[in-house]
Design a protein around this ligand. Structure first.
Ligand code: TUI
Length: 315
C-alpha cells in the first residue's frame, strides 16, 4: 500500500498509532513500527526524563522509525520539544493545541510535524506553517476531542489542503480504513484498537473494559470546561456528569479529573478511573499482537474494496 504518507514517513502501511497518554509507551510504539506502521510514544503530561527513557527503550526494541506525540497542554511541553530535537526524532504528532510556536525549530532540526486538529481552519493554518501532513480527528475518538465527525471533516480538509491528510477517530478495522481512504485520506491514525493488543502494557482490566463496551458506552465528559473528553461510562463518568449538572466550577471539575487516567491505566481501577476510549470500543472483540491487528486491517481493506467494486459493477 503506497500513499504520500508511506513515502514521507518511511513506513510499509499508512497506519499511525495514536499517541495515548499513559498508554503509548516504548512497548506499544516499537510493536507498531515493527509491524510496518508508525509507532508513537505519548508525552502526555509526563516530564522529560520519563519520555527520554521510553525513547531509549524503544530503540532497543526496534530499528524502525517511531515518533513522539507532544500534548500541547502539558506543563513540560517546552522540555519535550527540546528532547525530540536533541534525540533527532523523525516525526512528531501534536495534540490539544496549536504547535505553531515550535514549528520553525522542529523543521530546522529535520523533525516532521503532524498536528492533530479538529477543523478546516486549523488544518489550513498548519499547512501554511509547514506541517508535513495533518491528522484530522473526528469526535468519535477517545480522549480530548473536537466537535466534527471523521466522516464530514475528512473530505472538507482534503479539499482545502495540498498536503496529505490522515484520518482519525472511529477507525478500528479494514472497513474503517477503506472508508477513510474513500474520503480522500492517505493514512489513518488508530488508537483504541491498539490498546487491545498483546504488546500494550495497560492494566488487563482496561483492556477488558473496552472488550465489554457496547456502542453507547463511550460518553463525553467535561464539555462545560471547554476540554471535552471521551471516556467509557462508569462510576467516574456518573459522578463527573453529576458535578457538571450542578454547575461545578471549571477548576473543581479539572481537579476531579486529576490522576484518574493513571488510576485506570496503571492501577486497573476502571470504576473510579478515567477509561479513555473511542466510539469504536464496541467494535473491538479480541486482544492480539499489533502485527496481526495491522495485517488483518490491510487484508480487510482489500476484501471490502473488492466487495464494493462488485456492488458498483452489479448496480
Ligand atoms: O489530544 C488529543 N487527545 C487527547 S490529549 C489527552 S490528555 C488531556 N486530558 C484532559 C484534558 C485535556 C487533555 C487525552 N486525549 N487529541 C488530539 C486533538 N487535538 N483533538 C482535538 C485537538 C485540538 C483541539 C484544539 C487541536 C487543536 C486545537 O486548537 C485550539 C487552538 O486554536 O489552539
Amino acid at each position: 500500500m503506497k500513499t504520500r504518507i508511506t513515502e514521507i514517513l518511511n513506513i510499509t502501511y499508512p497506519i499511525i498509532q495514536g499517541g495515548m497518554a499513559w498508554v503509548s509507551n516504548a512497548d506499544l510504539a516499537a510493536a507498531v513500527s515493527e509491524a510496518g506502521g508508525l509507532g508513537i510514544i505519548a508525552g502526555g503530561n509526563a516530564p522529560r526524563e520519563i519520555i527520554e527513557k521510553e525513547i531509549h527503550r524503544a530503540r532497543t526494541l526496534t530499528d524502525k522509525d517511531f515518533g513522539v506525540n507532544v500534548m500541547l497542554l502539558s506543563p513540560f511541553v517546552d522540555d519535550i520539544i527540546d528532547l525530540v530535537i536533541e534525540e533527532k526524532i523523525p516525526v512528531i504528532t501534536t495534540g490539544a493545541g496549536n504547535p505553531g510556536k515550535y514549528m520553525e525549530r522542529l523543521k530546522a532540526a529535520g523533525t516532521k510535524v503532524l498536528p492533530v486538529i479538529p477543523s478546516v481552519a486549523l488544518a489550513q493554518r498548519m499547512e501554511k506553517i509547514g506541517a508535513a501532513a495533518v491528522i484530522i480527528e473526528g469526535t468519535e475518538a477517545g480522549g480530548h476531542i473536537g466537535e466534527l465527525t471523521t466522516m464530514s471533516l475528512t473530505p472538507q480538509v482534503v479539499d482545502a489542503l495540498n498536503i496529505p491528510v490522515i484520518a482519525a477517530g472511529g477507525i478500528a478495522d479494514g472497513r474503517g480504513m477503506l472508508a477513510a481512504l474513500s474520503l480522500g485520506a492517505e493514512g489513518v491514525q488508530i488508537g483504541t484498537r491498539f490498546i487491545c493488543s498483546t504488546e500494550c502494557t495497560v492494566h488487563d482490566k482496561y483492556k477488558q473494559k473496552i472488550l465489554s463496551a457496547k456502542d453507547r458506552d463511550a460518553v463525553v465528559t467535561a464539555r462545560s470546561t471547554g476540554h471535552p473528553v471521551r471516556v467509557l461510562r462508569n462510576n467516574f463518568t456518573k459522578e463527573f456528569i453529576r458535578l457538571e449538572k450542578l454547575n461545578t466550577s471549571k477548576e473543581a471539575l479539572e481537579e476531579a479529573g486529576i490522576g484518574k487516567l493513571r488510576l485506570a491505566v496503571v492501577d486497573g481501577d476502571v470504576d473510579s478511573g478515567s477509561v479513555m476510549a473511542g466510539q469504536v470500543a464496541g467494535l473491538i472483540k479480541d486482544i492480539k499482537p499489533c502485527k496481526e491487528i495491522i495485517e488483518e486491517i490491510i487484508s480487510d481493506v482489500a476484501v471490502y474494496s473488492q466487495r464494493n467494486a462488485n456492488i458498483i459493477k452489479e448496480g
